[in-house]
Design a protein around this ligand. Structure first.
Ligand code: FE2
Length: 271
């Protein structure tokens, strides 16, 4: 390890010497996509998400190794908590108002609809979001990389969809951040979403990305979805009609909770 590399980041942030370079990781991603495409062209069903996906190193021990078990949603829902309109205050949908001062960064508004596979709105459902700050830093004890915390930004909010399945929140555009999947690994900027579908057992977690991010081709998590058309559904669209004059840049992102048009959801993960 050279002195220059040591100066760039604390040792604890550097990947172990036996980890892959980005170039090798990118090639591994390309190879996995090509293999998935070949299987599909041979008539095999290829899932929207590759759960057994070696490029995302920490997922190897977390993904399901046995068949999923069906549960009876009616029984489950008798014992689950229920979120109603009264539980969530309107101010929780503005992540820029949680402290005494304004957070640093590019203010954005994100708006979209929660839909089922028939295109019907999913109304009155809780949506939770969490994200890094503009410098790419989370308020989390495991995130110790040398980017500043923002005393005016926590990075978590929630809202309830309206009768048309619409949600909207105001925040700061998150920055990209490093992680230890491989040498010099960086996540594209993203916002984490937790949503509930029509049933309470349909809690699902996903990430929204931003258009034109140069890190897309490099990121194993984004690329755990084999088809480009499915990956495209994770990218919010810039919409100038949603941009608030002299206030915030507007992005639009619809979430589909099941069926062939479903947004990809991750089985588990914090990155
Ligand atoms: Fe993240």
């Amino acid at each position: 390890m050279s002195t220059i590399e040591s100066a760039a980041a604390p040792e604890s942030l550097l990947a172990a010497p036996d980890q892959l370079t980005q170039a090798a990781m990118t090639q591994e991603i390309i190879d996995v996509h090509a293999a998935a495409q070949a299987r599909e062209e041979a008539g095999e069903h290829v899932a929207m998400t590759l759960h057994d996906y070696p490029p995302y190193r920490s997922s190897i021990l977390r993904h399901p190794t046995k068949n999923l078990r069906l549960v009876d949603p009616e029984t489950i829902e008798l014992f689950s908590p229920a979120f109603g309109q009264r539980d969530v205050a309107a101010i929780e949908a503005d992540l820029t108002l949680q402290h005494t001062g304004e957070p640093q960064g590019e203010r954005i508004t994100v708006q979209g609809r929660l839909l089922d596979s028939w295109g019907r709105p999913v109304a009155n459902q809780l949506i939770e979001v969490w994200q890094a700050n503009a410098a790419g830093r989370y308020i989390h004890q495991r995130d110790q990389h040398p980017a500043p915390l923002d005393p005016n930004f926590t990075g978590a909010g929630r809202m309830v969809t309206n009768d048309d399945g619409e949600y909207k929140f105001t925040t700061i555009k998150p920055g990209p951040y490093p992680w230890k999947n491989h040498v010099n690994a960086w996540r594209p900027a993203h916002i984490h979403f937790s949503v509930f579908g029509p049933g309470f057992t349909q809690r699902i977690i996903t990430q929204m990305y931003f258009p034109g991010d140069p890190l897309f081709a490099l990121d194993p998590i984004y690329n755990s979805i084999p088809r480009q058309k499915d990956r495209d559904r994770l990218i919010g669209a810039y919409n100038h009609d949603l941009t608030v004059p002299e206030f915030s840049m507007g992005y639009e992102w619809d979430i589909v909770v099941d069926g062939p048009d479903a947004t990809w959801f991750e089985p588990e993960g914090e990155h």
